[in-house]
Design a protein around this ligand. Structure first.
Ligand code: ATP
Ligand code: MG
Length: 436
């Protein structure tokens, strides 16, 4: 069964038992847009207990909020009971929810385009809030009074931006105005949820627009003040004809095409330390130390956004190394090989390419690295070691701290192309290091 058929199966089963049930929310929106939905959610009049009793395989993911996950052939579907939300006191979630009608359930959703239901029996879209018109106009619009809706749940402000950039939509004027008024309070919601929306803003298309919208709505200043600080941070025009650091960073985001999370954050954060490192020097300005300081700042920012440790480490490395490739033509062969053998080298070079395209367009250093990588090949860049510790012991050297220095010297000579075989390496070592 396809994902959609499985969802329809759930709806049919609920109806056989006498409960109203529909496809709801994002999947209805995506199907009307001709996009493949990420997941199919079901809304129903059946209470959570009834849902649990109708299906053999369920997970209680939040029955107090009316949500049960039903597994069909191992695939999870969220089945949510029609509800109306009780009062919101913390700007995050309702104190309690009550079972409600279809109409209640539509009105507690965030945006008109997310609030449509689809009735498969009659092949009919149920649209109580002009969601179809907004889809056709390309508009993200809060349901009801946007001020109230953002006061209820602050996360909706970031969702508005993420939806608008992902779909290439605008945000309706009064909805933008309300976000501007409430932006400072966005930190009332868990950073985990903010971080997830920011990551989707960066990786699901329209990242540049997304960050322009975060800026326009005032959310950027609150969530990522370090990025907002790039505005007006002027650079020397011959290297950076495009303008200040913010303009430059937006241009990088404009080049992202279905990026990994780490490449996207690498682009966003590569120059994050330019504002604190900026020093005027006569006609010019310098930013000494910004890659190192930037790596520290990136780590801190990604911790704030609750990204994984692996992501934070890789991004910090990208930021720290983002200028190294300009040294490549001057590197000793062994240094160049070690650089090209780094784990994230392809991601780093992609960042460098996008960085160059977003300033003076000079791809010379990038092309040099790519060419060397192709010319040398993986084996040559990261060869099997010619000697290991056990070989040194066999040759009669006493194990100890000197070993690693000897092995490193052998590796160096190997990478420089001076040593090709294990026999050569043995002679080379015996000649240089006395035994005993
Ligand atoms: P996608 O899954 O493609 O991100 P989606 O619209 O399905 O888009 P989800 O986060 O899966 O987004 O949420 C499912 C539905 O639940 C939404 O379409 C919306 O109707 C509702 N919803 C989600 N988050 C909120 C919220 N914070 N406030 C009100 N309604 C929400
Ligand atoms: Mg969804």
């Amino acid at each position: 069964m396809s994902q959609k058929d499985k969802a329809l199966h759930i709806i049919q089963r609920l109806r056989e038992d006498g409960h109203e049930a529909y496809l709801a929310g994002g999947c209805v929106r995506d199907r009307l847009l001709g996009r493949e939905p990420k997941d199919y959610d079901v809304a129903t009049a059946a209470a959570p207990r009834a849902v649990q009793s109708l299906f053999p395989d369920t997970v209680d993911v939040g029955s107090q909020f009316g949500s049960i996950v039903v597994l069909v052939e191992g695939e999870p579907f969220e089945v949510t009971t029609f509800r109306s939300d009780g009062p919101y006191r913390d700007g995050r979630r309702p104190e309690h929810v009550r079972q409600g009608t279809l109409e209640d359930d539509v009105r507690r959703r965030d945006f008109t385009i997310n609030a449509m239901m689809y009735d498969p029996a009659e092949d009919r879209v149920i649209d109580l809030v002009e969601g179809r018109e907004d889809l056709a106009r390309g508009l993200v619009r809060a349901i009801g009074d946007p001020h109230e809706r953002f006061a209820e749940d602050r996360l909706r402000m970031v969702r508005a931006v993420r939806l608008a950039c992902g779909l290439g939509f605008a945000i309706d004027g009064p909805t933008v105005q309300a976000i501007q008024d409430h932006a400072a309070a966005v930190t009332q919601v868990a950073w985990e949820r903010i971080g997830a929306e920011i990551t989707r803003t960066l990786t699901e298309g329209g990242a540049r627009r997304g960050f322009e919208l975060l800026d326009e709505t005032g959310l950027l200043e609150v969530i990522l003040p370090e990025i907002a600080a790039m505005k007006g941070c002027e650079q020397t025009p011959d290297y950076h004809p495009e303008g200040d650091v913010f303009v430059h960073t937006l241009m990088l985001l404009g080049h992202l095409d279905a990026p990994t999370e780490t490449l996207a954050y690498g682009c966003l954060l590569h120059d994050v330390a330019k504002p604190p490192c900026r020093q005027p020097a006569g006609e010019r300005v310098t930013f000494y130390g910004h890659p190192e300081k930037g790596a520290e700042m990136a780590t801190e920012i990604l911790q704030r956004l609750k990204r994984s440790r692996a992501v934070a480490e890789r991004v910090a490395w990208l930021v720290r190394c983002h200028l190294r490739y300009t040294q490549a033509p001057k590197m000793r062969l062994s240094t160049l090989k070690r650089f090209l053998a780094e784990d994230g080298i392809h991601e780093l070079l992609e960042l460098c390419r996008i960085d160059a395209l977003s300033s003076n367009g000079d791809l010379g250093y990038y092309d040099f690295c790519r060419q060397k990588l192709a010319e040398l090949g993986e084996k040559e860049v990261k060869p099997e070691p010619l000697l290991r510790g056990r070989d040194l012991i066999r040759l009669g050297y006493a194990p100890g701290p000197a070993f690693s220095a000897m092995l490193q010297a052998v590796e160096e000579a190997q990478l420089e192309g001076e040593l090709r075989t294990a026999e050569d390496a043995v002679d080379w070592v015996l000649e240089r290091y006395p035994r005993g």
